[in-house]
Ligand binder design. Structure first.
Ligand SMILES: [Zn+2]
Length: 262
């Protein structure tokens, strides 16, 4: 038996933690010396040890280890009557402890991974729910706008632009469902500005502030006012002006669009 083989014989028992002190020190100094063959054999032995935890039939201890285990057991049996005081820890117990330890480590890792997956699914479900709520809200708005536009009781109001290079807007006002203002190719207001809708009362009072909005990326403007601050019969005109973010209590710039409610 070469020196190399002697060390190889020790490795599986080492992986199980069943070497005696002298053998362990010998093997560890050999491994520290950098023997690649033994390091590889140790990695394999540790894999076999870990597989013992799942009782995988493919991962049987080698004949070498089995012979050694038998020898250890025989030696223990032989030594027992002579030295009954020696605390003989049977190798199967070490193997059991090693297997249990590995199994526990694996189970903990698995539980942690599962918990992370559960959290990920929960997060995704919450995001989806939020998205669905937003879609339902958008759908409700679109339905209401469609009803306002289609209903013959709605009044159509044209809002010509103040500047000739701006598109014309159109509004539909339904006595119960509300008011919607629509436009295409509407340019984005300036930085930190918003488009604000105003209802100008017939009595000559101050314009009443209403909704604020921006056109979408395609320049589509869509304002739905479900509860206008004034009834149609009391309103002289609709106007839209550019206002600072957050809106204003009364217009601070010349309206970009004004349309008479006749
Ligand atoms: Zn070696």
């Amino acid at each position: 038996m070469s020196e190399q083989d002697q060390f190889r014989e020790l490795i599986e028992a080492y992986a199980l933690g069943s070497l005696d002190e002298q053998e362990r020190v010998m093997l560890e100094s050999h491994l520290t010396a950098g023997c690649a063959d033994c390091a590889k054999a140790l990695a394999e032995a540790r894999w076999v040890t870990s597989q013992l935890a799942y009782l995988a039939p493919a991962a049987q201890p080698s004949d070498m280890l089995r012979a050694r285990l038998l020898r250890t057991v025989r030696a223990d049996a032989a030594a027992q009557p002579v030295r009954p005081s020696k605390p003989a820890v049977p190798v199967w117990l070490w193997a059991g402890i090693a297997a249990l330890f590995l199994f526990t480590a694996y189970t903990t890792w698995d539980a942690w991974k599962l918990q992370r997956q559960v959290n990920e699914v929960k997060k995704r479900a919450a995001e989806e729910l939020k998205l669905r709520e937003q879609l339902q809200e958008q759908l409700a708005v679109a339905k209401r706008e469609a009803r306002i536009v289609m209903d013959p009781r709605s009044k159509k109001i044209i809002l010509p632009p103040h500047s000739p290079d701006m598109p014309q807007l159109e509004a539909m006002w339904h006595p119960e469902l509300g008011l919607c203002v629509m436009g295409q190719k509407v340019p984005m207001p300036g930085k930190n500005k918003v488009l604000q809708l105003w209802l100008i009362p017939k009595t000559g009072g101050k314009p009443m502030p209403s909704q604020m909005t921006w056109p979408d990326a395609d320049g589509k403007l869509n304002i739905l006012v479900e509860n206008p601050p004034e009834v149609m019969a009391e309103t002289k005109a609709l106007a839209i002006s550019e206002e600072p973010l957050g809106g204003s209590l009364q217009p601070t710039s010349t309206p970009m669009w004004v349309g008479g409610v006749s």
